[in-house]
Design a protein around this ligand. Sequence first.
Ligand code: FES
Ligand SMILES: [Fe+2]
Length: 431
Amino acid sequence: MSQTPTLHDRYPELGRGNIPIGPYIDPAFYELEKKYLFKKTWLHVGRVEEIPKTGDYFVREIAACDASIIVCRDRSKQVRAFHNVCSHRLNRVAYEPAGTTRKFFCKFHGWAYDLDGSLTGVPSEKHFMDFDKKCNGLTPVSVDTWNGFIFINLDPNPSVSLKDFMEPMFAGMEGYPFERFTACFAWNTVVNCNWKVALDAFQETYHVAYLHGRSIADSLDLDEEGILHPIDALCGEYHRRLSIAGNPNTVYGNPQAGTDASSASSVVSQQQETGRQIAKKALKVSAGGTKLDFSDVVLPELLNWTKAPNWAFDINVVFPDFYLSCRPNYFQAYNFRPVAHNKTLFEVRVYYPEMKTAGGRFYQEYMKTALRDVLLEDLSTLETTQTAAETGAKSEMIIQDFELMVRHQAVVVDRIIEEGLRRDSQLQAAE
Ligand code: FES
Ligand SMILES: [Fe+2]
């Protein structure tokens, strides 16, 4: 059988063998992931625009870290993160998923905490013994930002800074206009599958021709067999990237739709395509609809790093569970948060430019509906895959060249668990 494993050839260290199923179905492996991976790694939790003003906050339940985390903007405009745990008898201090407040109040006995986490109010304080308010604030959590994305780390002393974690693969993202995509919509759902099963469905192109055959397959640049070849893939120590080619004659595959006043409509006037009239209309009326100007944006070279003329978008997977797909005209930020070994909270956020014209709004509504259909297709296989994996009928998965990122994820997770176990056994031996 002829083989052209162009992507795998560049990463011989990742191997070529089958991928064992155990890590996708074994509750004990999930416990190891929690301990050595999720509780030790930077995790994306939201964007700075969600908490623009002093007192704004949101709460994230991070099941893989057994934690409820408050992220807020303090009086000096700094972003802070704390465990949502009262210092007195451990009740919660934030009760809404998001809001604005002057202080965090515990509803049990009324302790009050300032936005920097310091304990400021204790009813009947004189009846506490050997007690110092100054030492009993909320427990801080490591927090930092990268290009407006907020990350937390449950390790009080992270082994690597967020900057050093991100830079090896994403330093060149500087200049991407994240802050101009101010219109956001979000969907959340819990899927009954392992977090890696879910993320895998979003980091390979092999499935596009089949699973998305009736929806977006024609928006992407397929070969004569109808298969979507990635333009290129990059695998780092943790993160990975995939570059995807599109068909600019379609609204979904045109990277200029919406943000470029002329090119989308000129594409429409040139094309001969007769099908998908509504999609065609959406592409046409999108032109020049944005409220903010995008004409001065120079996209970072990192985006289309091969400079392919038919490039449409990048898939970036920020290890472990953050999927960031950047396009010239919008970006998608998804999280695949583990809830259990066979349960994943799938958080979808899509950021578009705010539109000032009816045509622009129509384009956005079209894109939203198209994405809904695509995501439902993507989610349609996940629960049956998990159930099938748990039958034990198969002990391994077979990986094709365009599924290199699936392999990379399995290898990196495995490496981190092994490193953690080795560290622990060395510590035990030294005791
Ligand atoms: S548990 Fe919070 S004030 Fe008592
Ligand atoms: Fe898909």
